[in-house]
Design a protein around this ligand. Structure first.
Ligand SMILES: *[C@@H]1O[C@H](CO)[C@@H](O)[C@H](O)[C@H]1NC(C)=O
Ligand SMILES: *[C@@H]1O[C@H](CO)[C@@H](O)[C@H](O)[C@H]1NC(C)=O
Ligand SMILES: *[C@@H]1O[C@H](CO)[C@@H](O)[C@H](O)[C@H]1NC(C)=O
Length: 288
């Protein structure tokens, strides 16, 4: 009987445990981590934890374990990481039930989170990032950006692309809404808070589809070019007749030649002198 009761207790715990909603809108504002409650239940406590990029373990933030508040001063965590950057997460708890932990994001860029903007073109989006950030100035090419992306509603952890500066992502579906999240990486390890998610609709191309161009071309050919070709080939005699100017003899041609033409032709032999070559001896005949 006791065993049955224990089993039932565990089943209820598991089922209702899945129902305890995690906190929402977790974000950092000026050293203060804030969140909102997803449920109306009272007696919910929250635990804030941090983790450095070189440590797999999550540790409670001092003063923010099982707190009833909806905020936590996280400035103390700065001293806990070699770069002053940590990841943060919050978990809700009510009695024996705990929610799944949810990672915090940063709405504005700072020394631990990249600042970026997103633009979209048909089939692609660009995440505009600066190479001039404190992480890169300190660590050079070992510090980069990692852009996580996916369709809205999909997990963003599945696809990512790294880049020192702006990142272009192509082969995206037109008319679809895509979301991105950006995080610094140091030697391939995520470091610091990820940015809060930004979403954008990929515009539909305004280019006229190819088959429409072919159809319009065919219509132009049939309506204009084909009749023009017919006229040129089969009616060219008639066109020539139309184009021929009316025949008219010009007045200049009818006048007689001016007199000096005749004078020039009679006097020309006197103006030039010729030396007369009397005999030609070839080289061969001279040797004889
Ligand atoms: C909150 O928890 C306290 C003890 O932890 C309990 O006495 C109280 O009834 C609870 N209130 C609600 C609304 O569950
Ligand atoms: C957070 O705590 C630090 C000291 O630990 C303090 O200097 C700072 O003002 C606090 N920030 C806020 C927003 O309360
Ligand atoms: C890089 O950032 C620093 C401040 O972080 C600024 O003073 C400097 O002008 C920036 N350089 C360029 C090329 O944008």
């Amino acid at each position: 009987m006791l065993f049955m009761f224990l089993c039932l207790h565990i089943v209820v715990q598991v089922v209702s445990g899945a129902k305890l909603a995690p906190p929402e809108n977790i974000h950092v504002e000026k050293g203060l981590l804030k969140w909102t409650s997803a449920s109306q239940d009272r007696n919910i406590t929250y635990t804030v934890q941090y983790r450095s990029f070189d440590n797999e373990m999550w540790t409670d933030v001092p003063g923010c374990a099982q707190t009833l508040f909806h905020f936590c001063n996280v400035t103390v965590t700065k001293a806990e990481s070699p770069h002053g950057c940590v990841m943060l997460r919050v978990q809700a708890k009510r009695g024996e039930l705990t929610s799944r932990p949810v990672k915090a994001c940063s709405r504005q860029g700072d020394s631990c989170t990249p600042e970026f903007s997103v633009t979209a073109r048909p089939g692609s989006l660009t995440v505009h990032l600066s190479r001039n950030h404190s992480m890169a100035l300190e660590h050079g090419d070992h510090a980069k950006h990692r852009v996580y992306y996916g369709k809205e509603g999909e997990s963003l952890q599945l696809k990512h692309k790294d880049g020192a500066s702006s990142v272009l992502i192509h082969n995206l579906e037109q008319g679809q809404r895509y979301c991105v999240m950006v995080q610094y990486i140091y030697y391939n390890n995520a470091i610091g808070l990820g940015s809060c998610i930004q979403c954008i609709v990929i515009p539909v191309s305004e280019n006229v589809p190819k088959d429409v161009i072919v159809a319009v071309g065919f219509v132009i050919f049939m309506v204009f070019l084909l009749p023009a070709a017919y006229i040129l080939i089969f009616q060219h005699r008639r066109i020539k007749q139309w184009l021929r100017p009316p025949y008219q003899m010009s007045d200049v041609l009818i006048q007689p030649f001016p007199e000096h033409h005749i004078l020039w032709s009679s006097s020309s032999p006197n103006e030039e002198r010729y030396d007369v070559i009397s005999s030609i001896i070839t080289e061969g005949s001279r040797k004889e």
